[in-house]
Design a protein around this ligand. Structure first.
Ligand SMILES: Cc1cc2nc3c(=O)[nH]c(=O)nc-3n(C[C@H](O)[C@H](O)[C@H](O)COP(=O)(O)O)c2cc1C
Length: 336
């Protein structure tokens, strides 16, 4: 029987499938289903400073409304500045206590000081690791890439100096040179990388002529982006590699490990195929490994990475001109 154990960012996982950050793990029934299906670890939804600020604003608005009726009313809302954070920490601590697998907290702050403060508070819940979610949409045209990366490196070093659990970094692919960013963060002490986050993009409803914010589930074709960078980064950094984005099946997980991943995170496939799908994915990986006579993941991890493939440019070539423009194959596949 194949052994699926893997090491990722200082954690020993019973298999490579982690339930990625989402609202799903806030529901104990879903957590139970994920654990029963064999998931190796859970990432709790991010503690978003922006959301906390918004909630505090709403509470303050309510307080101001009531304060005209009764000044005592304000006592019903003590320490509003911390209210949202406390609820998040309380729920996370409960999950950590009840869960049978490692729990990873996630943080996304706005102010430099808050990142460090949140990191300490999240570690105090007893979680096994902390994922730093550098989710940000550029807003200021005056701010250059160097400034953004310097700030993120400062945040990472600050968090590393404040907590002792493993600290992983979840990045979007939107950097001029993601390889340099990963290397700099690796040298600054990141224990793992989750590549890549998926930014929520707004849409427009042309009937109502209003902005819409649809749920942003992925599709399997999207996992090639993570695949490329697993292949490029395998054996190039000290930190662990976790592939994320469009991983739906056992075959997708196998591909990521062949490219060089230590683990994968999945979210959309759990929404679309339900938590029990983890068990199907694990079964498919085991079957494939048995067929190929692989007894553990290290037997084939990185086998098709840039380091190990004979065609050294395979991962670098961004445009397959032949396929895109000239090949007869595409004409056969899509006759006009
Ligand atoms: C409903 C929902 C909530 C999410 N919440 C978070 C979050 O709190 N923090 C985070 O880093 N990513 C969050 N994500 C992004 C996922 O963790 C993941 O990076 C993304 O969905 C790509 O993986 P997938 O293709 O397996 O869905 C969320 C995604 C969805 C669909």
């Amino acid at each position: 029987m194949a052994n699926l154990t893997t090491e990722y960012a200082g954690l020993t996982l019973k298999n490579p499938i982690i339930a990625g950050a989402s609202n799903m793990v806030t529901d104990p029934d879903i957590v139970k289903k994920l654990e029963d299906a064999g998931v190796a670890a859970l990432v709790y939804k991010s503690l978003f400073e922006e959301q906390i600020q918004l909630e505090n604003l709403q509470i303050e608005e309510q307080m101001n409304r009531y304060s005209n009726f009764d000044a005592e009313m304000s006592r019903l809302f003590p320490e509003t500045a911390d209210a949202g954070t406390k609820e998040h920490l309380y729920n996370l601590e409960k999950l950590r206590k009840n869960s049978t697998v490692p729990v990873i907290a996630s943080v996304n702050a706005v102010n430099e000081q808050t990142w460090g403060e949140y990191a300490i508070q999240l570690e105090e819940t007893g979680v096994d690791a902390l994922e730093v979610n550098f989710y940000a949409v550029p807003e200021d045209p005056e701010k250059g890439e160097e400034d953004i990366i310097r700030e993120q490196l400062d945040v990472l070093r600050e968090i590393k100096s404040k907590v002792s659990i493993p600290v992983t970094v979840k990045l979007s692919p939107f950097y001029t040179n993601i390889l340099k960013v990963v290397r700099s963060m690796d040298q600054s002490g990141a224990d793992g990388f989750v590549l890549f986050n998926r930014l929520f993009q707004p849409d427009i409803d042309i009937n109502s002529e209003k902005l819409a914010f649809p749920y942003n589930l992925t599709h399997p074709e999207e996992n090639r982006l993570a695949l490329r960078f697993m292949g490029l980064l395998f054996d190039q950094i000290d930190a662990g590699l976790c592939a994320n984005g469009g991983i739906f099946s056992g075959s997708d997980v196998i591909k990521m490990i062949l490219a060089g991943a230590d683990a994968v995170q999945v979210v959309s496939t759990l929404y679309k195929n339900k938590p029990a799908h983890v068990s199907t994915m694990l079964g498919d990986i085991e079957r494939w490994m048995d067929e190929k006579n692989y007894s553990n993941l290290d037997d084939f991890r990185g086998k098709l990475s840039k380091k190990n493939v004979k065609e050294p440019f395979a991962y670098q070539r961004g445009q397959y001109i032949d396929i895109l423009l000239n090949s007869d194959k595409i004409k056969q596949l899509f006759p006009m």
